[in-house]
Design a protein around this ligand. Structure first.
Ligand code: SF4
Ligand code: SF4
Length: 292
């Protein structure tokens, strides 16, 4: 079972759910926890894995040979990301804007463009207790978050036997979230019962629908705010799979990087039930809409 934990916005407790679900399940089956929130990975704040392996995520950016370039500007015209500008008849590259599509290399009529490697991120594989982990970190300013997400996902066999692979996605609905959530068996959307939570939840639900993923909601800080998230889920027929009550003792645990299910073992039962209903919904979806 491969699931993504997502949220329309940051700060809803997405990582709390991912980490505590992993901690609960580790007693039952092999667990892999992939931190694909590559712009701000923070699983390691709650688990401190031993890193066994790290690998740079590389791409290529154009390198221009001034001796071969005749200043025609075709590369700059082609680049949809403004990563090449012609200044005084000479091309200047902006590698931090480059999406590595290689198009400029193809359109250059003089063969002046070659490709040079550039690091866009880092993937670290590790273990915490029996949980296998991997974390992706995007280099600040790089636009290629999906490539780093893919590299994290590639560290583990995703659909392999009786294991739980839990992906902590970036908040929002960006390409990085699509890269994290694609082809997963279930998308768990964490929200809070406030108007902001509702607004961002609706966007996240649209994304899950577009990706054809079965999905359900965890309401964190239940009891805070209003009833609009409940009304929306009810009207849109989206299952609310779990609530984590708003409680200062949980907030204090989270703030110091504590692990909820260890400090409050009664929560383990809720996470176990959550896993059961996720499996139920995912399997029903597979029966109704088998993958081609
Ligand atoms: S590789 Fe693509 S994105 Fe990068 S500079 Fe060339 S055309 Fe632009
Ligand atoms: S397309 Fe090639 S020749 Fe033309 S400006 Fe760009 S690098 Fe120079």
């Amino acid at each position: 079972m491969l699931i993504t934990i997502a949220s329309g916005k940051g700060g809803t407790g997405k990582t709390t759910v991912a980490v505590n679900l992993a901690l609960t399940l580790k007693e039952l089956l092999p667990v892999v926890l992939l931190d694909c929130d590559v712009e701000e990975p923070n699983v390691h704040l709650f688990l401190q894995p031993v890193v066994n392996e790290s690998e740079k995520v590389m791409t290529t950016v154009p390198k221009i040979d001034g001796n071969k370039c005749d200043g025609c500007g075709k590369c700059s015209e082609f680049c949809a990301f403004n990563a090449i500008a012609i200044v005084k008849g000479k091309p200047i590259t902006f590698p931090e804007l480059c999406h590595s599509c290689r198009g400029c290399t193809l359109v250059c009529p003089t063969g002046a463009i070659t490709e040079t490697p550039r690091q866009i991120g880092l993937v670290e594989k590790g273990t915490w207790s029996v949980i296998k982990t991997a974390k992706g970190t995007l280099k600040i300013g790089s636009p290629l978050a999906p490539m780093v997400v893919d590299a994290v996902r590639n560290t583990a066999p995703l659909h392999h036997g009786d294991q739980a692979v839990i992906i902590d996605a970036s908040p929002g609905t960006s390409c990085a979230v699509v890269a994290a959530a694609k082809d997963t068996d279930f998308c768990l959307l964490v929200t809070e019962p406030t108007p902001f939570g509702l607004n961002d939840l609706t966007l996240a639900v649209e994304l899950a629908k577009k990706l054809g993923l079965p999905h359900g909601v965890v309401i964190n800080r239940a009891g805070l705010g209003d009833h609009s998230v409940y009304d929306y889920c009810h009207e849109a027929d989206i299952p609310i799979l779990m609530e984590i009550p708003f409680d200062t003792k949980y907030a204090a645990c989270y703030a110091r990087g504590g692990r909820l299910v260890e400090e409050f073992p009664d929560l383990s039962d809720r996470f176990l039930k959550l896993w059961d209903v996720i499996q139920h919904h995912a399997k029903r979806h597979q029966r109704e809409e088998p993958k081609t």
